[in-house]
Design a protein. Sequence first.
Length: 273
Amino acid sequence: MKSLIKVSLLASTIALALNTSSALAADTAPSAIQPATTVPASSILNKFKSSEDQTAYALGASLGHYMNNSMKEQEKLGIKLDKGQMISGVQDAFGNNNKLSDKEIEATLQSFEEHVKQAAKTKMEQEAKDNAAKGDKYREDYAKQKGVKKTTNGVLYKVDKAGIGSAPTNSDTVVVNYKGALVDGTEFDNSYKRSEPLSFRLDGVIPGWTEGLKHIKKGGKIHLVLPPEQAYGKTDVPGIPANSTLVFDIDLLDIKPATGEDGQAPDVGAQQK
């Protein structure tokens, strides 16, 4: 009968080995002009008696890195485990001399899993609360700046350049360049740096964009400050924590009238480059 810890360790080790192999295959594939390099056999023999010994060590090192990184993530949640006890547990498992029975190990790990989940939930709730407070203060200060206007939905905007022609409608496709950041200045996306303007239907993005871009025309530029409910709300997306107020600089490069076909819009603000 296998204990949960033994199964977990084995699964982690195998997963690490497979993932590492896949990553190395992708990252070190030889090109047509540069041949692949290999570690000289003499170099291996200086450290290990055989390739099997090297493999065993590599698996152990991979497992060690995995456990070390996991412990660092747990420490961010206020959970600190003793590395010495963890190493002792591994050694005892290899020596079939566990201090805990299989049932005790399984019960301990299940309890720990619930503890980690609760700690993560508490941390996320506190961060969301802090983000909301920071956003409220930022919007309050920004609203006092000259030229800033506020819509009934709480979207703050400042038109830097009005543009020409007509403002876009919900069904129009717009072409834009933009930069998005959090209130502390952390940038989460920037199409200017990628030299890749984005094209999408105006009604297919976050509400603050759909409303905000109607205040400029083709060739216009606008600065938007969106409250969470006009962006991603309580949802945690890559690079954007829950309850975040978002700050955008947007250039409206072109407006393409609707053709009757539904276009698909990108998830503006959640792209990581």
